[in-house]
Ligand binder design. Structure first.
Ligand SMILES: [Zn+2]
Length: 249
């Protein structure tokens, strides 16, 4: 048996996982309600419930976590990444629920999409998602540079390290989400999201399911399914952190 001092020294020398700072962003809020489910649920409310659970799971793996909103209030899109920058966060995760405009598409489309920033969208569907999520800003938010709203995005894309980090974070979280939920894998995509523009750290936007789809909307409102989402996000973040640490050794 080891003497107490030797045991204490061994303990002190053992590699401890360094902490990390995460900002979790529940989409929409206040008069910006986001998408609506056939059951009457609002995206802003379900996103907040899921984001709270994500925050708890990240805290459980050693993260210091700040939510961009903890209640039903409107937070300008530009302020959300700014909060993460001010905290020098290690990652930024925006939580949303997807939606389809037409009745036909609402019936069929379900599944998980994970996004990171790009000036050009991956495809027409990604363009539509970004347009919907950016709509809050068009609905009266102050625009920092009205002459060129894409300027911040292009500027951000010059930060290649953050972009590569965002890509790795997106794939790590997406893989865990799809695996844990058994939901359709609609892929990791890129699009010009205002909420991600300006984030000076790996930043992703999760469309964790389609609130416009009968079956998925019913699952998304249950605490059990929300917990599965939250656990998967935390697993993805943990996997991303491990891979990042290995790469930087
Ligand atoms: Zn949204």
């Amino acid at each position: 048996m080891l003497a107490p001092l030797a045991a204490a020294l061994l303990l002190a020398a053992a590699p401890r996982a360094p902490g990390f700072v995460a900002v979790v962003d529940p989409g929409h809020g206040g008069d910006q309600e986001g998408a609506l489910s056939p059951l009457g649920d609002k995206e802003k409310d379900v996103a907040l419930e899921i984001a709270r659970r994500v925050a708890a799971r990240l805290r459980a793996i050693g993260g210091k976590v700040v939510l961009t909103r903890t209640g039903d209030i409107a937070v300008p899109l530009a302020n959300r990444a700014a909060i993460a920058n001010a905290l020098r966060a290690d990652l930024f995760v925006s939580v949303h629920l997807n939606s389809m405009p037409s009745a036909e598409a609402r019936r069929h489309l379900a599944g998980v999409e994970t996004y990171f920033l790009s000036a050009d969208a991956t495809d027409a569907s990604a363009t539509a998602v970004a347009a919907r999520e950016n709509a809050d800003r068009l609905a009266g938010e102050p625009v920092l540079d009205p002459a060129d709203p894409v300027a911040a995005i292009l500027q951000d894309l010059e930060d290649q390290d953050a972009l590569a980090g965002s890509s790795r974070l997106a794939y790590a979280v997406h893989e865990k989400l799809v695996g844990a939920l058994g939901a359709e894998d609609r892929g990791v995509k890129q699009a010009p999201f205002y909420v991600l523009a300006g984030a000076r750290m790996p930043a992703v936007l999760l469309e964790v399911g389609f609130i416009s789809h009968d079956g998925e909307a019913a699952r998304l409102r249950t605490p059990a399914y929300q917990e599965r989402i939250a656990a998967a996000v935390a697993e993805g973040v943990a996997a991303w952190r491990n891979a990042t640490r290995r790469a930087s050794r």
